[in-house]
Design a binder for this molecule. Structure first.
Ligand code: FRU
Length: 518
């Protein structure tokens, strides 16, 4: 224990939690009643109505997968945070669950911020999250005042929880306001917690705490400090072991860095989420063995959280919509999560994040195009009107001479489209929104490795939902997630090639079923 880690949780209710939850439910329902579905996802997790951000409390518990998320139920912009909730018994069909947390304690009066879930030795789940208050008591002009909180579910279905209160206070003289997003795990016989901190010197750090009983926590050390002095905060830190095919254990540190400057293809979003691979042992700092690598190179990816479901490490990200205009805010909802992705440590020493195998369970009405050859500058329509589809595409790199080739999706009668292409000149997968009629434009590029560029073929899986596109190259070695606000009318998909030929070894188009949350 330290002077900022109390012996007992500090519980100071200021509102009736049940009443706050009921008000939040009513507000989400009224936003949902007026929702416009033109970009509302069919197979991505989103709230019925209102704003969402980070995935929270991810777990597999008593036979169900649970996804909670930061929710502002009273509007389509960010605001006082609650936790929304959906669950699934197969990761294909999802069900809405009651809102889990609304602000009701003194320490969280301005928001129940992000956190995680972990199963204790007694088989029972715990939630750790950040209680958020504005330091000046009224708004963000005086910065944050944040502490770590504990809650326990009331039932095996996780339909409600009891808040236990604050378990880690903030030593405000050592912290520059930002102090949040706890992640808990067990190594040996000790529980550990890390969360993101902006130090008094405004450096982005992750602090490490330990506990024997999951309630009383002791400060251990700084687990990691970001080497870039521009990085002042590491949001939503993640930390987990992973084994390569030979069984060697590594540790992965993940975080959403605030303050890094754009450089080349890196750090192009407002804030940027990525990871480093290295080693760690209890009592030690994390020792990185790689540079910082992005989880996803698209326009809209932030605040991912991973969890182990007993078989594999799975990560969900939030498709952060921050570049304006945010068109879906007019539609009664805002924001969705990415597909769930499995995290695999490849033989190349890098992480690969393909969609979990369960995503194949959404496929129906598959059209198999087989091999396709396109002459220079040619094109072929592969769908006249595709609302929710997955395209599997293998390009014969050795036989193609195209400068750039790929898929135009959300191609509408007004001439707008989003372009996902292999760009041979810069050796990248590119997601280009310059021809979008709405929203932020610009392009993002995901560099391929030397080995991938020298290979005979390139495989792409492109998931097109009503308002967003996810692209997985080479089994998830590169991933890109971007919103794409399709215009009015039919949404065609066209295979195209520019300045050179394209040889496609195989192309399949799968229509995808709804995950059941519409
Ligand atoms: C990241 C984040 C977290 C915080 C939450 C608040 O997007 O800022 O650090 O807990 O969102 O909604």
């Amino acid at each position: 224990m330290t002077d900022f880690t109390p012996n007992e949780p500090v519980l100071t209710p200021i509102k009736n939690h049940a009443e706050e939850l009921a008000k939040a439910e009513a507000s989400v329902a009224s936003l949902a009643a007026g929702r416009n579905n033109r970009w509302y996802p069919k197979f991505h997790i989103a709230s019925n109505g209102g704003w969402i951000n980070d995935p929270n409390g991810l777990c597999h518990y008593k036979g169900r997968w649970h996804v909670f998320y930061q929710l502002h139920p009273y509007g389509t912009q960010w605001g006082p945070m609650h936790w929304g909730h959906v669950s699934s018994k197969d990761m294909v069909h999802w069900k809405r669950e009651p809102i889990m947390f609304a602000p009701s304690l003194e320490q969280e009066k301005d928001g129940v911020f992000s956190g995680s879930a972990v199963i204790g030795d007694d088989g029972r789940l715990r939630f750790y999250y950040t209680g958020h208050r504005w330091a000046n008591g009224k708004d963000n002009t005086g910065g944050d005042w944040q502490v770590q909180m504990l809650a326990e579910p009331d039932d095996d279905e996780l339909t409600s929880a009891t808040k236990r209160g604050m378990v880690i206070d903030c030593p405000t003289d050592k912290v520059d306001h930002h102090y949040r997003d706890p992640k808990v795990w067990k190594t040996g016989d000790t529980w550990y917690m890390t969360f993101g901190v902006s130090s008094a010197q405004k450096r982005g750090q992750m602090w490490l705490f330990s506990s024997k009983d999951m309630v009383r926590w002791t400060y251990e050390r700084v687990l990691f400090e970001h080497p870039d002095p521009n990085v002042f905060m590491l949001e939503c830190p993640d930390f987990f072991p992973i084994r390569d095919a030979q069984g060697n254990e590594k540790w992965v540190i993940g975080f959403s860095a605030m303050g890094a400057k754009p450089r080349g293809f890196m750090n192009r979003n407002a804030n940027n989420a990525g990871y480093m691979i290295g080693t760690w042992a209890p009592g030690k700092a994390f020792h990185p063995e790689t540079e910082f690598r992005p989880w996803d190179c698209g326009h809209n990816y932030y605040a991912p959280q991973s969890f182990n479901d007993g078989k594999r490490q799975i990560v969900y990200g939030w498709m952060s919509p921050f570049a304006t205009p945010i068109c879906m805010e007019d539609d009664g909802w805002c924001g969705n999560l990415t597909l769930p992705r499995e995290i695999i440590l490849g033989a190349d020493g890098d992480l690969h994040t393909p969609p979990v195998a369960e995503m194949e369970g959404l496929r129906e009405d598959t059209v198999d195009f087989g091999a396709i050859s396109l002459d220079a500058n040619d094109g072929r329509i592969i769908a006249d009107d595709a609302e929710a589809v997955e395209i599997e595409l293998t390009i014969d790199l050795a036989a193609s001479t195209a400068e750039r080739a790929g898929l135009k999706v959300h191609a509408t009668p007004d001439g707008a489209y989003t372009y996902i292409a292999f760009d041979a000149q810069i050796g990248c997968i590119v997601l280009d929104r310059q021809a979008n009629a709405r929203g932020d434009r610009g392009y993002r590029a995901a560099p391929l490795s030397e080995a991938e560029l020298a290979a005979d073929e390139l495989t792409l899986r492109v998931f097109v939902d009503r308002g967003c596109v996810e692209t997985y190259a080479n089994g998830g070695h590169q991933v890109m997630s971007s919103y794409s606000y399709a215009s009015v009318g039919s949404r065609a998909i066209e295979l195209v090639t520019e300045s050179g030929t394209l040889e496609v070894k195989s192309l399949k188009l799968h229509h995808l079923k709804s995950i059941g949350l519409e």
